[in-house]
Design a protein. Structure first.
Length: 1215
């Protein structure tokens, strides 16, 4: 590791000023150290050898006090400059890192794990704190102070100077040699921490899916295993890092001991005077101290630089070259796709086979084809997110590669297949591309997207705050909010990727009508699976499937007659066969589930950015006892902590003993006694020199081992609580904030032991020993030392702590808020880029970073004040003790040989209390961090604990009677008076509009939500009295947006059955119609799918989730929109296959489509949370009612069964 990474100078301008300031302050400090040594020598020699009293020595005593003031000022300025520079550098580096990450684009971000990048930008950059605040200041002093001190020593005593010159270079030599070995281990430690962060973020997002398959609790073992690896890697690193400081401590203390013994021997023989000997003795430790401190801070610097290396790896990546030609006006420019093909690494077949077509200005072209054909990839290429492997995309005859991407994208509005909604209000999300739009424009956009009805039904309307990724809305509702963005953006080019996915027939008809209005006069590229949108298209471009024809698809399209206007949504209103209970006339209430909870999830009230500072979060841990709980968490490690306290105290006592004995030794030697009289002191000096280094090394290893064990258990405890809270209990907390709690806040807890409890304990022991020894020599000097240590150890920390209290309490929440903003930025980069909102979102990150930086600057003032006041008290105590000692020698109350010990003991003893002002700040920081950790652990459970009854061995009969359920914060019931009875082999389909309560039913059946009224029994036993995991072993779910983990296809499937063979996996894939695609992959089942399944198409993700659910072989399987995101032929075939595959298995099929429902035993139509119709398919189709009208609409919209075949559309439409 280089002492100063030159890249920090290049990327962080604040570093340069700070290094210059460190050198200047180091020079000033060196001068003051030399002056202090000369004054102490003058005072001791004057009193001891010249018998001068306090009157004669008034001038040097006052000068010693003034030097103390000067050293205090230098300490204050050094700390202030260090912490302020650290805050500035971290801010600059963090923002540069994030700006470069988003510049590298969505394609690059898809290959990264959001959790790892977030940790790098937050916890990783924050690791530079110790580098700048501790390591670099000492590095500056290490350059200046030894040279200045050595220059003074060599003019006074060349023999001692030779000893120092010979031993001094050994210190950096050992530091470099050990540093090389440490760096690779530190890199591995950082990678493990990044892995923990990425794994945690992935697990939190997928907790509902893990709970469905009974794997959530097992992840606690995985987190424990990763944290154990992290602990072992950290300890291995620390053994080497502390070995460096051990070598430095040993060399420096032994060298000081050698100098002291050498001075003593020459004094005995009359070869040296006492003044020179004392001055050299006081200066010798100061020559080694900066280098010794460099070693002590080395491991902190190594972690910071390991993280910085990762940051520089991102900063030094070169973004893809972009053109600078302004894009032509899209209103008059044709969009041409010329032989375009896209290949992704690790795939044998192209993601998009060569395709050519042209879209004329104002034309609407539909792109169809089976799932995985490359439809979304085509849109990504048009957006400039996917790099063509062959061919090109032209706008107005200009290759997109040559155009300025911003000028091109600002003419596009894009609705992706899985739109990302940001934590904030609904109105803020709609205004993504037009932040200046007024409320009337927002409401109009919501109305056109058919979203105003359900939005107005929410407690705060468009001002309702959504959770991260739109948590609190159903999938269909999220889709309509994204469409409202498109309406409000009003741009000439529309790219719509399945805009009616997740919508019921009635809502789809309204959205189709709205899209028709939106498409007028605009150029539209429309990815279509469902036929309802096809009548809007002038032409249809069918793409071949991945296993289909390999030749290029031509863009001739297919002209035809228009299918006419879609039926108005009002005509689809449910008949009053059964009363639909709706008090507000809007859509049914939605739940507060996390994103994977399903489409009936309702709005939530997550903490706003500003609320994090007020402590808003998951729970409400009480502050007063939180530190007691931290201590209780370490109960199992009391033996280790006790041993660490003993070793730390012995290390500091050795330092005090070395200085006191050395002072006595030199003073006694100046009387030239027989050498034998000095041998005990000589031996003690060497013992104290060795003991200090050995005890310190052992104390560090023991204390860090104990602390890391505590942190590992705390992380597991946090995860276990999250597992019980998910999904409903996490609706108000953003993933980035949870990541901050698990990583940064849990890490901060270690400072309670390492930087507060153990230092305070050691300070008490050492202070008592020092005061006792000094009082034994001279009572009034002991009293002076006691007062000085009390002021420095209690008064100064209290003052600096009062300054820092507000800043420290705000620090952890501010870090959580920043982490949440970073996750939003990275996860939503694609949509932010197209909407032109990336600069504003970066500004939001900048503001969150600015809050953190301002807090750090306020904390720097407190830290500087603490360091300055401690140095002042130390210097004044030494001066007053010297005054008392001089008077006592003059009065004959003590022998002059003890004066050096009286003066030098306080100088060494203050090392024990010098760090306590900073320790108080760490305690305050730990308290707030611990509160945030225990807020998670203490959060109330959203579902009642079961386990009162033995779990049933069978799910049957599964009976629901009069079931009503309401989501937190909702006025209306999501389900009202619902009945259901399931027996072995019975299959029931539940249909109805979005928000009608379908997925709420699934949540209740899986015990993700408790019923408000009614009963739910399994084999006659109350399901609410049975453990939730036991219920989910009997009732399983395939959610419409089930989580896909950042792993391989094989591991994602084995989540359902860990011991499944490859043959069983292949059978499940075949049932989900995915096997042929998997067999075509170079790595087959070992293919990595990326974060959230980013490397799969929407249909492939859905089929993978379905295969996983089939593999689990639940007695009761709930399928929530299993064919969503698939082209209609595949969807209908898959539905038929599913109904065939599940014959004899109890199944609840939640669906928008009615095709294939002839095979189920009962169809239930939900509206407004109530069952408005129920019966067999034939019975419901034969009578006038909601089901029949849905069936008629679907038949009218479907037209020909295969939408990727030639379709006759508008008469006379051009080819």
């Amino acid at each position: 590791m280089k002492p100063i990474d030159p890249r920090l100078l290049r990327y962080a301008r604040a570093t340069r000023f700070f290094l210059a300031a460190s050198v200047a302050l180091g020079l000033a400090g060196a001068g003051l150290v030399i002056a202090q040594a000369m004054l102490i020598a003058e005072i001791v020699v004057g009193a001891f050898q010249r018998n001068e009293g306090t009157g004669a020595l008034t001038a040097p005593l006052i000068s010693l006090a003034l030097v103390a003031g000067g050293r205090a000022a230098v300490s204050w300025l050094t700390e202030l400059a260090a912490h302020r520079a650290s805050a500035a550098v971290k801010s600059e580096l963090r923002l540069r890192l994030l700006e470069r990450a988003v510049r590298l684009g969505p394609g690059w971000l898809d290959s990264q794990r959001t959790g790892e990048l977030t940790t790098l930008a937050t916890r990783g950059i924050d690791a530079l704190d110790d580098y700048f605040a501790r390591y670099l200041p000492q590095l500056g002093l290490a350059v200046v102070v030894p040279a200045a001190v050595l220059a003074r020593i060599v003019t006074a005593d060349w023999v001692s100077a030779v000893v120092i010159v010979v031993t001094l270079p050994l210190i950096p030599l050992f530091m470099v040699l050990i540093g090389w070995a440490t760096q690779s281990r530190m890199d591995r430690q950082w990678r493990l921490l990044s892995r923990l962060s990425g794994h945690f973020l992935d697990v939190v997002a997928g907790l509902p899916t893990l709970k469905v398959f009974g794997r959530a609790k097992a992840q606690a073992a995985a987190i424990r295993s990763i944290t154990a690896d992290y602990r072992r890697a950290t300890l291995k690193t620390l053994r080497l890092a502390f070995l460096s400081s051990f070598a430095l401590e040993l060399l420096s203390t032994l060298s000081v001991a050698l100098v002291a013994v050498g001075i003593g021997m020459r004094l005995v023989h009359g070869e040296l005077d006492l003044y020179t000997g004392l001055m050299v003795l006081v200066l010798a430790p100061e020559a080694y101290l900066p280098l010794r401190q460099v070693g002590a801070q080395y491991h902190a610097a190594a972690e910071g630089l390991a993280a910085a290396d990762e940051a520089f790896a991102v900063l030094e990546r070169v973004p893809a070259a972009t053109g600078g030609v302004p894009a032509p006006d899209a209103r008059d420019a044709a969009l041409t796709v010329d032989g375009l093909a896209v290949r992704h690494p690790g795939r044998a077949a192209p993601s998009l086979a060569p395709v050519s077509f042209e879209v004329r200005p104002g034309e609407t072209v539909a792109i169809t084809g089976p799932s995985g054909a490359g439809k979304t990839t085509l849109l990504n290429a048009v957006l400039g997110f996917a790099e063509p492997s062959e061919g090109r995309v032209l706008a107005g005859g200009h290759d997109l590669v040559s155009l300025d991407p911003e000028s091109w994208r600002r003419q596009i509005v894009w609705v992706p297949q899985r739109p990302y909604l940001f934590a904030g209000t609904i109105a803020d999300n709609v205004r993504l591309a037009r932040p200046d739009a007024d409320d009337a424009a927002v409401r109009d956009a919501l109305r056109q997207a058919d979203a105003l009805g359900f939005v107005d039904a929410l407690p705060e309307g468009a001002g309702t705050r959504l959770g991260e990724m739109g948590a609190g809305l159903s999938a269909g509702q999220r889709q309509r909010i994204a469409l409202a963005r498109a309406f409000l953006a009003d741009r000439p080019v529309l790219l719509l990727d399945e805009p009616t996915a997740n919508l019921d027939g009635a809502t789809e008809a309204a959205v189709v009508d709205a899209v028709r209005r939106l498409a007028e006069g605009r150029t539209v590229l429309l990815v279509v699976h469902r036929p309802a949108l096809l009548p809007l298209a002038d032409r249809v471009i069918p793409l071949p499937g991945a296993a289909g024809p390999s030749g290029p698809a031509t863009g001739c399209g297919h002209p035809g007659v228009g299918a006419g206007r879609a039926e108005p949504a009002d005509s689809a209103r449910p008949a009053e066969a059964l009363p639909a209970r709706r008090a507000d006339g809007g859509a049914a209430a939605v739940s507060g589930a996390v994103p994977s909870a399903g489409p009936d999830a309702g709005p939530v009230r997550p903490a706003a950015d500003g609320e994090y500072e007020a402590g808003a979060g998951v729970g409400a841990a009480g502050a007063p006892g939180v530190l007691a709980r931290v201590r209780a968490a370490a109960r199992g490690g009391r033996g280790r902590f006790g041993l660490a306290l003993l070793l730390g105290s012995l290390a500091l006592i050795s330092a005090v003993g070395l200085m006191a004995v050395s002072g006595w030794l030199i003073s006694r030697a100046s009387q030239q006694p027989p050498v034998l009289y000095l041998m005990v002191a000589v031996t003690a000096t060497r013992a104290f020199g060795i003991g200090r280094a050995v005890f310190r090394y052992a104390e560090r290893l023991v204390s860090h081992d104990a602390v890391l064990r505590v942190l590992a258990e705390l992380r597991v405890a946090v995860y276990r609580r999250l597992e019980r809270l998910a999904p409903a209990g996490l609706k108000e907390t953003r993933r980035g904030d949870l990541l901050s709690r698990l990583v940064a806040d849990v890490d901060a807890v270690q400072d309670y032991f390492l930087r507060w409890l153990l230092p305070v304990g050691a300070a008490l022991v050492v202070s008592a020993a020092s005061v006792g020894f000094t009082a034994w020599v001279l009572p009034e000097a002991g009293a002076v030392l006691a007062v000085g240590l009390l002021v420095a150890g209690a008064g100064v920390p209290a003052v600096s702590g009062a300054f820092a209290r507000r800043a420290e309490r705000r620090l952890s929440p501010a870090r959580g808020a920043l982490s949440a903003q970073v996750v939003d930025l990275l996860a939503g980069t694609a949509e932010l880029t197209v909407a032109g909102a990336l600069p504003r979102r970066l500004d939001a990150v900048r503001r969150a970073d600015g809050v953190l930086t301002r807090i750090a600057r306020r904390g720097a003032a407190a830290t500087g004040a603490g360091a300055g006041l401690s140095a002042l008290v130390c210097g004044l105590t030494v001066a007053v003790a010297a005054w008392a000692g001089v008077g006592a020698v003059a009065d004959g109350r003590i022998h002059g040989v003890w004066l050096a010990a009286v003066v030098l003991t306080p100088l060494a003893a203050f090392e024990a209390v010098a760090g306590l002002p900073l320790a108080v700040q760490h305690r305050q920081r730990v308290r707030r961090a611990a509160e945030r950790v225990y807020e998670v652990i203490d959060a109330p459970l959203p579902v009642r604990d079961g386990g009162a009854e033995e779990p049933p061995r069978s799910a049957f009969p599964l009976v629901v009677r009069g079931l009503s359920a309401r989501h937190a914060g909702q006025r209306t019931r999501a389900l009202d008076g619902f009945d259901l009875e399931l027996h072995p082999g019975r299959r029931v389909a539940v249909v109805g509009p979005s928000g009608s309560g379908k997925t709420t039913l699934a949540q209740v059946l899986l015990r993700f939500l408790d019923a408000e009224d009614g009963t739910y029994t399994l084999a006659g036993r109350d399901a609410t009295a049975v453990d939730g995991d036991a219920v989910r072993r009997l009732v399983g779910l395939c959610a419409q947006d089930a989580h896909i983990f950042d792993s391989s296809l094989r591991e994602n499937l084995r989540l359902a059955r860990p011991g499944a063979s490859d043959d069983e996996l292949r059978t499940a894939l075949a049932a989900a119609r995915l096997l042929e695609w998997v067999d075509g992959l170079p790595d087959g089942l070992d293919t990595h799918v990326g974060e959230l399944g980013a490397r799969l198409s929407g249909g492939q993700r859905q089929r993978l989730a379905l295969a996983r659910a089939l593999l689990a072989d639940f007695p009761v399987l709930v399928l929530d929109e299993p064919a969503e995101h698939l082209d209609l032929p595949t969807a209908d075939a898959l539905t038929a296959d599913l109904l065939t595959a599940t014959r004899g298995r109890t199944t609840v099929l939640i669906t928008h489509r009615l095709a294939g429902l002839e095979a189920v035993d009962e169809v239930i139509v939900l509206d407004g949370g109530r069952a408005v119709q129920r019966g067999t398919y034939g019975e419901l189709a034969a009578v006038d009612g909601p089901f029949r009208r849905m069936l008629e609409r679907e038949a009218a919209e479907a037209g020909p069964r295969h939408v990727d075949a030639a379709l006759p559309l508008r008469s006379g439409a051009p080819v």
